[in-house]
Ligand binder design. Structure first.
Ligand code: PEP
Length: 239
């Protein structure tokens, strides 16, 4: 099955590094998406189109337009060539206090411009230790998707404890295949057939094959291992 592989560059690289990266990106039958900083998007648009690579923004305003200093609207993202937009990434939730109500509004704004939202959900380490994983996922999905039905969406299961930058020490690990299957099955019980469910959290060239082989997993959101094109290429080629 065709999978979607999304590189989340976060606040890294420069426009010229991004262009060099896209030129070196190898493609196969999978769909490849680059989630780049806002200021890169227009510059990446042409080469992305030539190579059939889709662009994603890493965030969007909850407001449609107006006096909202520092924000970028869904309309602006469309103009900049975005097909997708990340929402509710744990870094946005933790560092910028983004709420599920905000995410709900962001989804509605994106859908007006036919940009597919990639909604990140997942529990923290403490929530997992208290046995709250399902409860957290359910609450995040219910609030984010209130009033939204039968539209194309992507849900990224990103357990916060499995994201590389939230882990300390040398032994950085993804969630187990068993945990990934359980969470994906659970998420699927809440969403329509049009929704793709993908995994994110320390996906790298060593573990990507096993994770992406799972029938429950429609793709991967890759952070740290997407910063070098050789490593993201290895994930693409592995799949
Ligand atoms: C992320 O932050 O979305 C992510 C998946 O990061 P990493 O692959 O580095 O764990």
């Amino acid at each position: 099955m065709r999978k979607i592989l999304i590189a989340n560059w976060k606040m890294n690289l420069s426009v010229s590094e991004g262009l060099t990266y896209l030129k070196a990106l190898k493609k196969n039958a999978n769909e490849v998406v680059i989630a780049a900083p806002f200021t890169f998007l227009n510059d990446l648009k042409k080469i992305a189109r030539q190579k059939n690579i889709k662009l994603a923004a890493q965030n969007v305003s909850q407001f449609a337009e107006g006096a909202y200093t520092g924000e970028a609207s869904a309309k602006m993202l469309k103009e900049a060539g975005c097909s997708y937009c990340l929402l509710g990434h744990s870094e946005r939730r933790i560092y910028f206090q983004e709420s599920d109500a905000q995410i709900n509004q962001q989804i509605k704004n994106l859908l007006k411009y036919k940009i597919t939202p990639i909604i990140c959900v997942g529990e923290t380490k403490q929530q997992r230790q208290k046995g709250l994983t399902k409860q957290v996922i359910k609450a995040q999905l219910k609030a984010a998707l209130a009033g939204i039905k039968n539209v194309p969406l992507i849900i990224a299961y990103e357990p916060v404890w499995a994201i590389s930058t939230f882990q300390t020490g040398k032994n950085i690990q993804s969630a187990s295949l068993k945990d990934i299957i359980a969470a994906h099955n659970y998420i699927r019980s809440f969403v329509s057939g049009k929704t793709r469910v993908i995994y994110g959290g320390t996906v790298n060239p060593q573990n990507s094959k096993a994770i992406l082989k799972l029938k429950q997993v429609d793709g991967a959101l890759v952070g740290g291992a997407s910063l070098k094109v050789s490593s993201f290429n290895a994930i693409i080629q592995n799949t």
